[in-house]
Design a protein around this ligand. Structure first.
Ligand SMILES: NC(=O)c1ccc[n+]([C@@H]2O[C@H](COP(=O)([O-])OP(=O)(O)OC[C@H]3O[C@@H](n4cnc5c(N)ncnc54)[C@H](OP(=O)(O)O)[C@@H]3O)[C@@H](O)[C@H]2O)c1
Length: 284
């Protein structure tokens, strides 16, 4: 049996990322310091936030008051949909650093491709992120919610491949084409909503495997992601669940159980979140 140590994954720029992190989407700012402090206390060393989550400042506060060194925690943030124009993006990364009160983020992502906005130009936005990597404000850069044609366009028109692509993936939505592109091109897939915000946890296949291996449904689903090689950062404001979601490195699923979970994929109908080709939400 392995110990409960979180593996690091090496990115295509040579940096490493802890494979398990803690997500803070929909964590209210007033709850964020407590939630992140609890996650760090349990042992998480990777926090996934975003400008549009409105809680970067509290994430920074939690880390700064945790007793850990800045270098011990991997922090991701993401560019708001409102700031895709390069001049706006340049101000926005500084705003992220000011909110966090850090002088770098470990990973900075374009949150959504927004192909129907900004004349479909996410390429110049990406070139701005290349600047942030060059000047050290972002140690790694990547994208989120990019479909294969979006990734192909970046490959054709820019010099730097994204280190990661953070996309919706869970047993009901395998997102296999996007994952396969990442595998073939050295882009790590980060699986958002890894337990589909709880919707997969009552599935009889999942509960059956959970009963068999003596683990909870959430642990089984998170373990499935880990064995597929994706990065995950489940969100919870419930301390017992934060601990439960962390305890996934001392058991394994066999090939048959892995295949049965993968077989739950419902294709496009399993998608819970917005479709990246049409999503055009703009914060006020
Ligand atoms: N890039 C993007 O566009 C994007 C989009 C969505 C999410 N994300 C990232 O991915 C992270 C995770 O996704 P998510 O927050 O949408 O969903 P998720 O992690 O799949 O699920 C979170 C929900 O499941 C519950 N939960 C957590 N652990 C549980 C457990 N062990 N047993 C039962 N229920 C449990 C939580 O409840 P409680 O909190 O009440 O405990 C919460 O309601 C986000 O926080 C964010 O960092 C990124």
């Amino acid at each position: 049996m392995a110990t409960n140590t979180i593996p690091d994954i090496t990115l295509n720029d040579g940096n490493t990322i802890p494979q398990l992190g803690f997500g803070v989407f929909q964590v209210e700012p007033r709850d964020t310091v407590t939630a992140v402090r609890e996650a760090l206390r349990i042992g998480y060393r990777h926090i996934d936030t975003a400008q549009m989550y409105g809680n970067e400042s509290e994430v920074g506060q939690a880390i700064r008051t945790s007793g850990l060194e800045r270098e011990e925690v991997f922090v991701t943030s993401k560019l708001s949909n409102a700031f895709h124009r390069p001049d706006d993006a340049r101000k926005a990364i500084q705003s992220t650093l000011d909110e966090l009160r850090f002088n770098y983020v470990d990973l900075f992502l374009i949150h959504w491709p927004l192909p129907t906005l900004y004349d479909g130009d996410f390429v110049s936005t990406w070139k701005a992120l290349e600047e942030f990597r060059a000047d050290g404000r972002a140690r790694s850069i990547g994208v989120s919610n990019f479909q294969v044609p979006h990734l192909e366009r970046l490959a054709a028109e820019t010099d730097t491949p994204p280190a990661v692509n953070q996309v919706e993936v869970h047993p009901y939505f395998g997102n296999e084409q996007v994952r396969a592109y990442g595998r073939e091109h050295g882009i790590v897939t980060e699986a958002w909503s890894p337990i589909a915000q709880g919707k997969v946890l009552g599935d009889p296949v999942i509960t059956g495997i959970a009963g068999k291996v003596g683990r909870t449904p959430a642990q089984v689903v998170l373990r499935w992601h880990i064995q597929r090689g994706d990065v995950v950062f489940p969100k919870s404001v419930t301390p017992a669940r934060v601990a439960e979601n962390f305890a996934i490195f001392d058991f394994t699923l066999d090939d048959d159980d892995m295949a049965r979970i993968t077989g739950l994929d419902r294709g496009e109908t399993g998608r819970q979140g917005a479709h990246p080709d049409t999503f055009d939400w703009m914060p006020a």
